[in-house]
Design a binder for this molecule. Structure first.
Ligand code: ADP
Ligand code: ZN
Length: 423
């Protein structure tokens, strides 16, 4: 659809949404009244700026379902968020909500080249978490064969991957790293001994350098998929251009805002992503401040799609560490580390307060090949890692090199930061 037509469609959907919620949702009615805005005031798409924000705490404060607009008789599914950053939130779906969610995953999977004849191993958790069931129905919709392994039981996953000729896997990037390592221990190379060619990876931040490593090591294309349970679940996926995920414009309107002033930022500038779901029924989301930081891109994509593209998430507002007054995102650390050849795939960040000063220690696994008899080599590697981290983060960091395989591995979302200042 041409961009102008998209904007007209978005305006019509927004206008309908605002009238519906003003009339039928006490929560949104009160919010709009308090912000001094009436649906009649929304006369252009840009007027969305007049509408109040919504945050995750609005869902927590109204736990479990007090913001729902649909009655229970119209709900066909519940999911419950993983609670990475606090009390979990409950999400409800009408049949239309499920249809739109499935359609967005069907689009996402086909835009990265999946279809009939493919076997997608869904190694996201099935159950309350949205990842497993979301991808499951999206893949079935486009005729891809689903292998619903869910998380865990990694050796069995690898056997099935070989026996059933899995061509694509959907899981967190950290779980795929674990799968790759376990396979090597079993004497299997994912690159040479399986048919795997695509990874649909997300649910946690991962850097561009990590993507390159995964692609080279496992011999696959690694596509970024993004979503949160409040938007429905995983929703938006990269296309074969791999230049950011497409945000389906008929379902969602995306804004990137300056976190301080709340003003909309132009393409290319990093800010806080705010999403309005234009067609959700049971749990509508107007201007939801997700807390993820990124930038967007307004060019028509090389794949031909006119849906806007959002770049890789560089971090989550709540993940930001303040080290001696400097803002540090774990993903910056990952980015710097993965560019150093001697460094393995795994690291942990430990933050402490020593006296009055914040102290950050990054434990880094080195690759087996980097071990030599000479202690001086390891010292040189450590110096190099410290140097690169200091250059990236603008703050001094202590680095400890540890044995390959000694740091924790993750099946779902990775937890790589231990902040003892908060304990
Ligand atoms: P919770 O907030 O409880 O973890 P979700 O399971 O819905 O709830 O997780 C959504 C969050 O996961 C997002 O807000 C984002 O921070 C993170 N996330 C999901 N996909 C990606 C991705 N591809 N890149 C970076 N972060 C992601
Ligand atoms: Zn594209």
């Amino acid at each position: 659809m041409p961009r102008d037509d998209i904007r007209k469609l978005q305006y019509r959907l927004l206008k309908t949404l605002v009238y519906r919620l003003y009339s039928f949702s006490p929560f949104y009615h009160d919010r709009m009244r308090a912000a001094g805005v009436h649906p009649d005031d929304i006369r252009t798409l840009g007027d969305i700026r007049r509408l109040p924000f919504m945050v995750k705490n609005d869902l927590r404060d109204n736990y479990p379902d007090r913001i729902f607009v649909a009655g229970q008789e119209d709900l066909v599914r519940y999911h419950v968020s993983s609670g990475t950053t606090g009390k979990p939130t409950v999400v409800g779906y009408t049949q239309n909500d499920l249809n739109n969610w499935t359609a967005s995953l069907a689009r996402g999977l086909s835009s990265c080249g999946l279809g009939r004849g493919d076997v997608l191993q869904v190694s996201y958790g099935y159950g309350l978490f949205t990842g497993g069931l979301g991808l499951h129905y999206g893949a079935e919709r486009i005729g891809t064969t689903v292998l619903p392994t869910s998380v865990g039981n990694t050796e069995r996953q690898i056997e099935l991957m070989q026996d059933l000729h899995t061509t694509a896997i959907a899981c967190t990037p950290s779980y795929l790293l674990h799968i790759g390592e376990v396979a090597e221990k079993m004497g299997i190379s994912i690159k040479n001994d399986t048919n795997l060619r695509i990874g649909i990876l997300g649910a946690e931040p991962w850097s561009e350098t990590m993507k390159t490593r995964i692609e080279e090591w496992l011999g696959i294309k690694a596509y970024n998929i993004y979503g949160t349970s409040e938007l429905s679940g995983p929703m938006f996926c990269e296309c074969t251009e791999q230049k950011g995920f497409h945000v389906w414009a008929d379902l969602a309107y995306v804004e990137i805002l300056d976190p301080g002033s709340g003003e909309q930022l132009p393409p290319g500038e990093q800010g806080e992503m705010v999403i309005t779901m234009l067609q959700k029924e049971a749990l509508p989301m107007i201007r939801f401040r997700i807390g993820d930081i990124t930038s967007y891109d307004d060019e028509v994509c090389g794949c031909g799609r006119t849906h806007p593209r959002v770049h890789r998430i560089s971090g989550r507002v709540d993940d930001m560490l303040i080290i001696r007054g400097i803002n540090v995102f774990p993903s910056q650390i990952e980015y710097a580390l993965m560019a150093i050849p001697e460094v393995g795939q795994h690291f942990m960040i430990e933050v402490d307060r020593k006296g009055a000063l914040d102290d950050m220690l990054v434990k880094v696994e080195v690759r087996k090949e980097a071990f030599s008899d000479k202690i001086t080599d390891l010292m040189a590697i450590r110096k190099n890692v410290e140097h690169r981290l200091r250059n990236t983060l603008n703050v001094a960091v202590n680095v400890e090199l540890v044995d390959p395989g000694s740091l924790p591995r993750f099946e779902g979302k990775a937890k790589r930061v231990i902040d003892r200042r908060k304990i």
